[in-house]
Design a binder for this molecule. Structure first.
Ligand code: NAP
Length: 397
């Protein structure tokens, strides 16, 4: 079968013939129908971690082609599913998703409803889970689904924990009125974060004022369903943090902030919108060096990698994240919620790219650049190569 394979020496990827995968007892064999692109896919082709020969790519949607011997009932051949794999974004040997077929643990996919195209579904899994982890798993906002808040954080802790021992990772919020600010509201992660804030408010009965920073050209889209922002500022304004604080009760600052860019000064500026003891999450690690720390940064922002949801050990950018059964349980619960139909998430607006697997490295990665938002851009006359804005690139396989 064909797959998009890393050439670490050339810092590129090429379509090659690779061995056909075989599912283990708890895995599904999936015929891939569509893949979506994430900045990390191109980041680790231009800055390789893995050796030449690894299949790259994260987000996929497709059709179940075969099932391992120990898959519980509820899934069958022909089911339409979506999920993500880690590909070449860590020091491990697991192949990624940009291939004609892949294998994936049965409980780390979600069933795609009949009303959704597989191209749309491919855009949801990685960035939807990233946002859900930041909001519910790390900052403790009330989730619109149940997940095991108890249990050991790592595999090592799991081995050492007595069965009856309980770990509660955060107190449920007591305040019934709160404000949530999203920096980079037009990012794929930000588009899902806004919807998840809304779902949280609906299910918990809390009143949440949703504020965002985004280019003015996206205001209209974000003021309407399914996002419904209460207040927006343009991040091109030098004093946007002051404007955000001006939108909060008595100018005291927001309760929660999520920086979906985390580059340059955005972390410091986003932190300055918080009220004292507010909570904040970021999308890029301190170790990665993409953001600059102000001396008086009053809060340690919470960082996590979406890969933790796969329940495997992760190593990248000098970070070592031990396998986390708790993060995996959260991912399983989130995907169950999406599968159930109660988890209504509108997929990102799509940019459907021509050409299939063969075109990803030149066109898709050309648009995403080598890792930072500042690297992006394209001067091409072709409409599908215009700079991205509030869109997800998707390829049909
Ligand atoms: N921690 C994790 O596990 C994890 C998981 C997923 C993603 N990420 C990271 O999260 C970041 C966002 O990823 P994504 O896929 O959601 O991004 P994306 O969809 O590609 O973001 C594109 C949008 O970003 C906006 N933007 C660019 N520079 C900006 C700036 N300086 N300030 C505000 N908005 C800006 C652009 O707005 P305009 O239209 O105004 O140009 C555009 O609409 C990336 O760095 C990615 O690597 C981390």
């Amino acid at each position: 079968m064909r797959a998009l394979v890393l050439d670490a020496e050339q810092r590129s990827a090429n379509v090659k013939s690779v061995p056909f995968p075989s599912p283990s007892a708890h895995e599904l064999l999936i015929r891939v129908a569509a893949v979506a692109l994430n900045p990390i896919d191109s980041l680790y082709v231009f800055n390789p971690l893995a050796p030449t020969g690894r299949t790259i790519g994260s987000d996929f949607a497709g059709v179940v082609d075969a099932l391992g011997d120990e898959i519980p009932s509820g899934l069958k051949r022909g089911d339409r599913v979506a999920g993500f794999l880690q590909g070449a974004c860590s020091v491990n040997e697991r192949p990624g998703a940009f291939a004609e077929f892949l294998v994936c643990p049965w409980d780390l996919v979600w069933k795609v409803g009949e009303e959704m195209r597989l191209q749309e579904a491919a855009a949801v899994s990685l960035c939807g889970l990233t946002a859900a982890q930041a909001l519910f798993f790390r900052m403790g906002l009330e989730a619109p689904f149940h997940w095991p808040m108890e249990g050991p954080a790592t595999a090592a802790a799991a081995a050492a924990t007595e069965p009856e021992e309980k770990h509660c990772i955060h107190e449920p919020p007591r305040n019934r009125t709160m404000s949530f600010f999203i920096y980079g509201a037009s990012t794929s992660v930000g588009l899902y974060a806004a919807q998840l804030v809304r779902r949280s408010a609906e299910s918990s009965g809390m009143s949440i004022t949703l504020l965002g920073a985004v280019s003015e050209k996206h205001f209209r889209m974000l003021q309407t369903e399914p996002y419904g922002y209460d207040g927006l500022v343009d991040y091109h304004d030098v004093d946007w943090p002051t404007k955000v604080r001006g939108l909060t009760h008595a100018g005291t600052g927001v309760d929660y902030a999520y920086d979906c860019i985390s580059e340059g000064w955005t972390v410091s500026k986003t932190a300055s919108t918080l009220r004292p003891s507010g909570k904040m999450a970021i999308v890029r690690s301190r170790e990665g060096g993409a953001w600059i720390e102000e001396e008086n940064l009053l809060i340690e922002p919470s960082y996590g990698a979406v890969w933790e949801g796969l329940g495997e050990e992760v190593q990248y950018q000098g970070i070592h994240l031990p396998a986390s059964p708790r993060a995996r349980s959260f991912a399983v619960a989130f995907y169950e919620w999406l599968s159930s139909g109660r988890g209504r998430l509108e997929p990102n607006p799509l940019r459907e790219m021509p050409g299939g697997l063969e075109s990803i490295a030149d066109d898709g990665f050309g648009l995403l650049g080598s890792g930072t938002m500042g690297d992006r851009g394209s001067s091409s006359e072709r409409a599908y190569m215009k700079p991205l804005g509030a869109e997800k690139m998707v390829y049909t396989v």
